[in-house]
Design a protein around this ligand. Sequence first.
Ligand code: FEO
Ligand code: CA
Ligand code: CA
Length: 633
Amino acid sequence: MNDADLTRLPADDWDELINPRPVENDFDRVVDAAISRRGFLGGVLAFGSGASAMGTGVMIPATSAQAQATSRFAFDPIGIQTDATVHVPGGYRWDVLIRWGDPIFPDAPEFDHETGGDADSADRIFGENTDGMESFQVGGRQLLAINHEYTNREINLPHATDGVPTGLDDVRKLQSLQGVAVIEVAEDAEGWHVVKDSPMNRRITHLTPMKIAGPAAAHDLLTTEADPTGTESLGTFNNCGSGKTPWGTYLTCEENFNGYFGAKGAVEVSDPVHAGYERYGIGADGWGYDYHKWDDRFDISTHPNEPHRAGWVVEIDPADPDSTPVKHTGLGRFKHENAEVVLASDGRVVVYMGDDERGEFLYRFVSNGTYTPGGPTEGLLDEGTLYAAKFHDDQSGEWLALTPETTGMASLAEVLVFARQAGSAVGATTMDRPEWIAANPHAVEAYCCLTNNKNRGVKPNAGGDETPVNGPNPRETNNYGQIVRWRPENDDHANDRFTWDLYVMAGNPEVYHNIYGGSENITAGNMFNSPDGMAFDSAGLVWIQTDGDDSNEGEFEGMGNNQMLVGDPVTGEIARFLTGPKGSEVTGLTWSTDRRTMFVGIQHPDAPFPDGEGKLPRSAIVAVKRDDGAPLG
Ligand code: FEO
Ligand code: CA
Ligand code: CA
């Protein structure tokens, strides 16, 4: 397989290619487990009396008929689409706010569709593959902080054969197109636009200086030739989902960081580094970025600790464009999706986080200190305890502390750097690719998109943990995904015990009349697959974005392009609000401070969105408004 083929693979398929798992052959055990789960789920997924009679305290949606009568949705749901643009319901409209390549500084050039821009200006423009996004109000300015997750090399480097970098200049361009953008935006009679001369505008890239903080900072696993202190690194990588702290900072989450590293020579490392490479999918070839061939620090044969300085949650202060971003090792190192921050009853900071790979875990961090508005925040994302989730089949669950004592690992630093192995050591529940987590602002509960997992019941995870069907992951070869939610005991996110249920199990009721048809709140009119992005609005409705199979064929027929839906947590009702252009993933959602605009991300369209035929496809943020100008979330 050549570099171009490699980069077309989704990151999770690429991980498997470089690190093949043994094929599960204990088929009888898998089938037995699946059958027993189906019996249990008959009570849960019908959302009926069986589950409520269990007295779990889990919220149970009403029937679809009740939901119809009490719908809180202010729009008529839209049908599926298979075309190359964005659709929203009648009474709403959308416009492009910004696209890959648009200048965000006065001295940056306008986008050039022939070249895709040059390396020199790549950190002065809006980056590629928009993803997580949060809104901030700073001194009367409307700011957006937006992730740039990865690149589309064949589009970004049109001069290079198959998009393979031809030298350091190409690598620098790719490095500069990724990371984070902080931009000031403003609305006038023409709509929303970027304030190009704002002093708040900022690009953070794979080259930006970072601080490393928390228990793993300065540990031997994080030191390098360039940074013998293990406290300063360059760049934030594969910035996927996001988060926002109560004190007004932005959290950007490093996901498939392993793909940026490779080796020019033999890789000679001993455990635990070797085991870590295996578990995190770090190898000689990389994902086709070829950084290691032109930028030495990405060569793991000479800089074996550099990958340990990626895979973290990074805090950025959007109010201070000169601030140095901070990598918080207290939150653990894995393929972070997003970071949902809530407060415990006593003011401790709780961060929920997912590790998006097949069969990996769900995590929670609880700070030692408490947050008080205006008070000090130092250490609140580092000094505390990291936990992994264990789900029991009786709809109970618990958070298992990850410490040297519970895991048998040598130090807290090692626990955090190799959080996956720590989760395995305590027997955490293998999940169907945890993507975004969102907490309900009107109830003490949180939701996690489990996007899909074709290996459920088929293969172990990358660490060899078996992945039989289990409570929140009830279907073998799960191509559709589900959303699990949990409610902590005593309405306290710091409590180590919780109850859980499935808010929705995606499926296709037109194709399947079994568990693959989905839960009761899935119909022919709202079908989707692979829930991924998720956010609650101020009214307590949950918005769900998808990143799935948009072939609209076979078991995906009737689902169309990727989309954004909205769900009512109380009734279970779900309705389609927006569809994206063909090939794109809908990801990233936030609101203007006045809630009259919803900003939605469109990542990697195949079609020439949004500029039309003959133009390069460009990831973009669209601004969605109601025609009557009323708030929409
Ligand atoms: Fe970047 Fe798991 O999505
Ligand atoms: Ca995602
Ligand atoms: Ca995804």
